[in-house]
Design a protein around this ligand. Structure first.
Ligand SMILES: [Zn+2]
Length: 111
């Protein structure tokens, strides 16, 4: 008696494996793109929060320095409500403030 599965059984196993591989090849890239898109959107929302804080900073300011130079100045001057945690880019970028009050993330969002 042979320990090998019959040829028909082997063909069924191969078909199942190919189906699983095809589904993975189709869905994994879509999942990764959707995930990256979601993180980019979260980054854009963080930038909007920082820009909102800059507006608050300007309203509370003395007009000598219309825009903060750094995130520390923005959140540390006591002019804006300090968030529980500073916004962190989900893509690993760093937010910086430009002299015109624009907020950018170093991986390209906000430029
Ligand atoms: Zn970012």
């Amino acid at each position: 008696m042979s320990t090998h599965p019959p040829a028909r059984r082997r063909v069924e196993i191969i078909i199942v494996l190919l189906t699983v591989l095809a589904l993975g090849a189709y869905s994994i890239p879509r999942f990764l793109r959707a995930r990256a898109g979601g993180m980019g959107e979260a980054c854009r929302q963080n930038i909007a929060k920082i820009e909102s804080a800059i507006d608050e900073y300007q309203l509370a300011g003395d007009d000598s320095l219309p825009y903060p130079f750094s995130m520390d100045e923005l959140y540390g001057a006591g002019k804006v409500r300090e968030p529980e945690a500073l916004p962190v880019c989900p893509l690993g970028g760093t937010y910086s403030l430009r002299p015109n009050g624009q907020v950018v993330c170093d991986h390209g969002v906000g430029k």
